[in-house]
Design a protein around this ligand. Structure first.
Ligand SMILES: NC(=O)c1ccc[n+]([C@@H]2O[C@H](COP(=O)([O-])OP(=O)(O)OC[C@H]3O[C@@H](n4cnc5c(N)ncnc54)[C@H](OP(=O)(O)O)[C@@H]3O)[C@@H](O)[C@H]2O)c1
Length: 280
């Protein structure tokens, strides 16, 4: 079985490289080799059974002023990707986000809940989901939340650095979700592929449990033995261009029961990421 991972330098792709099961044939392509801004220049065929697309325009704040670029990478380029997957008879595994929801619920969001994105990034991710669903029956979308890990720029690395430098940090406590380790997600993607089962079109996956950004930052500071004081603040006290949902806990029952997964609590997953150290 051959797997092709797009987005070699991103945090999820690097976690897929780190957790690759022994003997599995996995190739990684970076944005210089397959640029989502120029899908017309891609080769005509992929030689693989599965493609995992981790590429995305992921800067939620910058997307507010770069909508066209975010649309191109998160949506329009997927038309060509989808066409090549169908042509190559490769199954596409695509990653999406909890931000497709507006956060007005107070119980976990399932795959059947209605979407209503609040910001440009989320709108472009949802547009990408819809395009794939309409063009490619051989495609599986996995929505995840609050992704972080040992690689790349993410909340975990940022808080770890700031907590070492500063005496106190103010962190939003009224946005609630589930931090998800890129190592956990990478493992699940391999489990799905190796299960040999027919994959459905949409799944939710996060680590277990519920946290606010404040809870997450507090645990990061605790695990790293920082003496930094972490203070809870409201969203309105931290102005940003992009609106963010207040509650995006995902209901992951479907993926867990179909693939018999035992997912880690987010605090256990955080410990696992901490053991890896922050990688450059
Ligand atoms: N981060 C989160 O909190 C979060 C939460 C929920 C869902 N997700 C989703 O999870 C997936 C993986 O996210 P991540 O955090 O691993 O993202 P990431 O670290 O920001 O990596 C994104 C990848 O996309 C690639 N990319 C950007 N522009 C590109 C272009 N024009 N052409 C080709 N590739 C391009 C980047 O390549 P270069 O490095 O070479 O530029 C990078 O490899 C994404 O679909 C994201 O939407 C993320």
């Amino acid at each position: 079985m051959k797997i092709l991972v797009l987005g070699k330098n991103g945090q999820l792709a690097q976690s897929l490289a780190l957790t690759r099961p022994a003997g599995l044939d996995v190739t990684f392509l970076c944005s210089q080799q397959i640029n989502f801004l120029e899908p017309e220049n891609w080769d005509d065929q992929f030689d693989c059974d599965f493609i995992i697309n981790t590429c995305a325009y992921t800067d939620v704040e910058a997307a507010e002023s770069e909508k066209e670029k975010a649309m191109q990478i998160n949506c329009y380029a997927l038309e060509q990707l989808s066409r090549l997957c169908v042509q190559s008879k490769a199954h596409l595994l695509h990653i999406s986000t909890d931000y497709v929801f507006d956060g007005k619920k107070s119980t976990p969001y399932s795959e059947k809940d209605s979407t209503a994105p609040l910001n440009v990034y989320a709108q472009t991710k949802l547009a990408g989901e819809n395009l794939l669903m309409s063009k490619n029956p051989n495609c599986t979308i996995v929505r995840t939340s609050w992704l972080y890990g040992p690689y790349g720029k993410n909340f975990y690395g940022t808080i770890q650095r700031l907590a070492a430098e500063k005496e106190s940090l103010n962190i939003i406590s009224d946005q609630v979700g589930t931090p998800t380790s890129s190592l956990s997600l990478a493992k699940v993607l391999y489990q799905m592929i190796l299960s040999g089962k027919t994959l459905d079109s949409l799944y939710h996956f996060s680590n277990d449990g519920v946290a606010s950004w404040y809870d997450f930052a507090y645990e990061i500071s605790k695990i790293t033995q920082s003496h930094c004081q972490i203070n809870p603040i409201h969203s309105w006290q931290y102005p940003s261009k992009a609106k963010r949902p207040h509650y995006t806990v995902l209901n992951c029952q479907k993926i867990k029961s179909e693939f018999k997964l035992s997912s880690l609590h987010w605090k256990e997953a955080l410990d696992q990421v901490y053991q890896q150290g922050v990688k450059k």
